[in-house]
Ligand binder design. Sequence first.
Ligand SMILES: NC(=O)c1ccc[n+]([C@@H]2O[C@H](COP(=O)([O-])OP(=O)(O)OC[C@H]3O[C@@H](n4cnc5c(N)ncnc54)[C@H](O)[C@@H]3O)[C@@H](O)[C@H]2O)c1
Length: 467
Amino acid sequence: MSDRYLEFTHSAFGRQLASMMGLPSPPHLRRAVGGYSEQPLESRATLIGGAPNAQWGEAVLAALSGMGADLYVAPEHNGLAPIKFAATKLGVTLKGEPSGERFVPQAFVFDASGVDSASALRTIYDFLQPRISRLAAHGRVLVLSRAPRELSAVGERTAASALRGFVRSLGKEIGRKGATANLVEVGNDGQNNLAGVLRFFLSEHSAFVTGQTLVLGAGGAPLSQFGQSLFGKRALVTGAARGIGASIAQTLAREGAQVIGMDRPQEEGALGESMSRIGGRGLALDVTAADAAERIVSECGPLDVVVHNAGVTRDKMLRNMAPHLWDMVLDINLGAIVRINERLLQDGLADGARLVCISSIGGIAGNAGQTNYGATKAGIIGYAEALAPELARRGGAINAVAPGFIETQMTAAMPLVNREVGRRLNSLSQGGLPIDIAEAVTFFASPLSTGVNGQTLRVCGQNFVGA
Ligand SMILES: NC(=O)c1ccc[n+]([C@@H]2O[C@H](COP(=O)([O-])OP(=O)(O)OC[C@H]3O[C@@H](n4cnc5c(N)ncnc54)[C@H](O)[C@@H]3O)[C@@H](O)[C@H]2O)c1
């Protein structure tokens, strides 16, 4: 459904009226056109900074130069030494930051790995404070820090945790121009996996992701190819007849996957249309059917990617919720996922398989009238954490995506006032599109996210409810 207010504020009269009344003017987000390219940052000015004792200069510069970025450093910056050292070692050219207002960086990347105390946090302030207003519209701020849970020194852990609050707050400051700020917490040896993660966060593939933290671990082979990274992979998407599921199917196919879309038998027609658009195959099957898991294994063969997207709401205050509404939501949104995965884990998955589940900010913040839905979507978050070690043993991963307000049939059915509040209360002042969720799912399904396991990424424009 279209966002009429957003379009109105982009007319001359609408812009003036919104400004006079102090109302938000949501930016038109810049989303990726087509799949991942080898050099998504080609010729884009990217200013790099870091703590004086930062550790990941080489990995960061290798990743950014591989993405085609135009790399700049600030000559007076106190964290310059490790960056220059890495650049010399790699033979990467760094340009000095031009003075004056005309230099408009598309991205700031800050290596905060050496920030080890409260006072050392001053280094990120010194780097970003004088420059942040020059960040381009739709620009990116990406901070890299060490993962707090792996730090035992009190000062180090405190400082690394502080960066989460810094990024969350900055996301709220820069969202009005469509820019985002995110944090990647790098665990031991996780820096070797930065190339894929940087591609996601610094490109238009993450347009609706801001204020978020992702932990990056070690493992996996270095990537040599970023486009068509799912070529030849077999992917199952549940609830693929429409909405977010149809978009996920399309985006996985865009990256080369052979998609099998599954939906309820009564949606067979819509499913057929959705699959014929992408050369995929339809499987008319209810996720809660007694033979669902068995049929998936026998009809889909070993799967490289499984996306558990099918989900329903049946909202009622708990005092009015009939048992069938509780049971139905719990079974479709959670029970079926657990059952299907149990069977797939026996002999239905290819080595290195990626599982992605769809959660919701409703599972993080909770909503009155959604005790059933909220329970399932919070359950998904714990489920992904719990199953992660098992998937890691198989060389794969399981992660979850928690959408915020997304423009689909589900949200079009909301009462007008709730809908308007829901879509406006985030740092980007608008609802997301199904493609925003599909991009995050595709990132988790592909080798770009190698090193990320057991996590939940909110794709919500930094919705103001929940953390
Ligand atoms: N739209 C949002 O704003 C939003 C926000 C947070 C989370 N989500 C989650 O995203 C997912 C997709 O949501 P959507 O907005 O596209 O919903 P939607 O209602 O538009 O589409 C859901 C699809 O799942 C299918 N489905 C439902 N029950 C099924 C079953 N038993 N077996 C097989 N297929 C079944 C439906 O037929 C439909 O095609 C859901 O898990 C939802 O909870 C959506």
